[in-house]
Design a protein around this ligand. Structure first.
Ligand code: AHR
Length: 505
């Protein structure tokens, strides 16, 4: 009778303590490359309800959306596309709004576009967000002259007919736009070009992208579709690298096929596992493109710019499929965190990335419904990760248990770490396993720390999401599962979770 009670207590402690797997991590005190803040960039296309209805109401910018995005310190915003960029003619969308051309968005649903949101409105949005604009110029249906004129309109501070037209339209000073894309997906919707042909076009168009006084351009060449390494090889070989700041690359995470991508929230572990496996491919794809770039640019002067990424699911039932409106679950927050860890760990080559697409389209941060707005789980990943902007990356080594599903397996844990300018060390850890908590024992090498605190983003189910009825279902809370043991950091990661820790000395 005497030993029944202790046995029962032991059982209680054991069953409530769900740590079932162990992982080891080493963080070394090496001063790695700075993680450019622009890795935390976003992409907003004139597509569906991203601009119209998302950012723009018809005559003003939505300040609730702006305020939410200011909180996560959006550093750079790419616009007007995407595929739309290569059908966009900037003159259609300047001047008095009632006199602007009404065009058809032939790429995204054949809907009329009143062009009430154009160059001035986009640049005002960037000013309100406090971010850099990144404009994708039209190579597919534009001309070098049109591109040259747009740049003069934007960036020339002296006297010219186009600079005066800008002044007449309400903007006296040049905007000094610097990030400039020369086309988008030129292998597909941007003109179905071969890499050879595109390289020639890039050299031709970029010749007319002038650096107006005080406005040096950072030109970004249109890059590969996922693992199309031949594109990177040919383009890197043939473009004028002297006038190239970056080469782009697009990779979307898809659980199913292009025809049936999978549901955004009504999915089970099968799609969960497939999506996470697809997301982890980003690491291999980045490594292989970087290795090709190293051949032609060993000093890493040209940045790899992942200017479209994120999970792409089937559109929400009952919405226009061409508008790419999808909900966003905890799974997508894990995908964002895992991808940002990959980018942080490749900060030597990746110097910009842009999640597709900010509001109401694909892996959005914000969803709107008339005058209501909600923040998605992905928004909260970016909120947690904002501490990595411009921090110096630290070298890490992870030994992770596998997350197995059926006959497949992927590493359950992924991590990145960096030190910011105040000396605080930030560690981001993701546990992809939906069933197992994982104890991560971290050797901190010669990195001293006295305190550790952080936040965790998780939920009861991996497909939990924030709805207009329940907008706060998935959001970060204070994390109590990290402690210092000797000189080690020990972290108990809950299943399907993102944890970001601050270590101070
Ligand atoms: O983000 C949606 C589309 O995906 C973009 O317009 C295009 O660049 C890509 O194929």
């Amino acid at each position: 009778m005497n030993f029944v009670k202790p046995l029962f207590c032991f059982f209680l402690i054991f069953s409530s303590f769900r740590v079932l797997a162990q992982s080891t991590l080493t963080i070394r005190d090496t001063s790695g490359p700075a993680i450019s803040r622009n890795i935390y960039g976003h992409f907003s296309e004139d597509l569906g309800r991203c601009i119209y209805d998302g950012f723009w109401t018809g005559d003003h910018i939505r300040m609730d959306v702006v305020e939410a995005l200011r909180k996560i310190r959006v550093p750079v915003l790419r616009w007007p596309g995407g595929c739309f960029a290569d059908q966009y003619h900037w003159r259609d969308a300047i001047g008095p709004r009632q006199q602007r051309k009404v065009t058809v968005n032939t790429t995204w649903g054949m809907v009329s576009d009143d062009n009430s949101f154009g160059t001035h409105e986009f640049l005002q949005l960037c000013e309100l967000l406090g971010c850099q604009p990144y404009i994708a110029g039209n190579v597919g249906t534009g001309t070098p002259e049109e591109m040259e004129n747009w740049l003069e309109y934007l960036n020339f501070g002296g006297k010219s007919t186009l600079a005066d037209l800008r002044r007449q339209n309400g903007h006296d000073l040049p905007w000094n736009v610097s990030f400039w894309g020369v086309g988008n997906e030129s292998w597909g919707c941007g003109g179905s070009m071969s890499p050879d042909f595109y390289a020639g076009q890039y050299n031709r168009y970029s010749e007319f992208c002038k650096n107006y006084p005080g406005s040096p351009l950072k030109l970004i060449a249109s890059g590969a579709n996922g693992d199309d390494y031949d594109w990177t090889e040919t383009v890197m070989k043939n473009i004028d690298k002297g006038r190239t700041w970056g080469l782009s690359m697009h990779y979307y995470t898809i659980a199913g096929s292009w025809q049936h991508k999978g549901a955004a929230t009504a999915f089970g572990e099968d799609d969960y596992f497939k999506a996470l496996s697809a997301c982890l491919r980003m690491d291999e794809i980045v490594r292989k493109h970087s290795a090709i770039m190293d051949k032609y640019d060993p000093r890493k002067r040209v940045a790899l710019v992942v200017d479209e990424w994120g999970i792409w699911t089937d559109a929400e039932p009952g919405t226009n499929p061409a508008f790419l409106y999808q909900q966003n679950s905890l799974r997508d927050a894990l995908i964002a965190a895992t991808t940002l860890n990959i980018f942080n760990n490749h900060a030597d080559r990746i110097r910009m990335a842009n999640l597709a697409q900010t509001v109401n389209v694909l892996q959005a941060l914000v969803l709107t419904n008339k005058d209501k707005m909600l923040l998605t789980p992905t928004y909260y990943t970016f909120d947690l990760y904002k501490v990595f902007q411009d921090a110096r990356s630290l070298a890490i080594q992870v030994q992770s248990p596998d997350y197995t599903y059926g006959s497949g397996k992927i590493p359950a844990v992924n991590v990145s770490a960096a030190r910011d300018s105040s000396g605080t060390v930030h560690v981001a850890l993701v546990n992809l396993d939906p069933l197992k908590a994982i104890k991560v024992r971290t050797g901190m090498g010669s990195i001293p720390f006295r305190t550790v605190q952080g936040q965790v983003l998780t939920s009861a189910k991996f497909n939990d999401y924030n709805s207009f009825e329940q907008p706060d279902r998935v959001k970060p809370v204070a994390f109590s599962g990290a402690k210092k043991e000797g000189s080690d950091l020990v972290v108990d990661l809950p299943p399907s979770s993102v944890v970001v820790l601050d270590l101070k000395n």
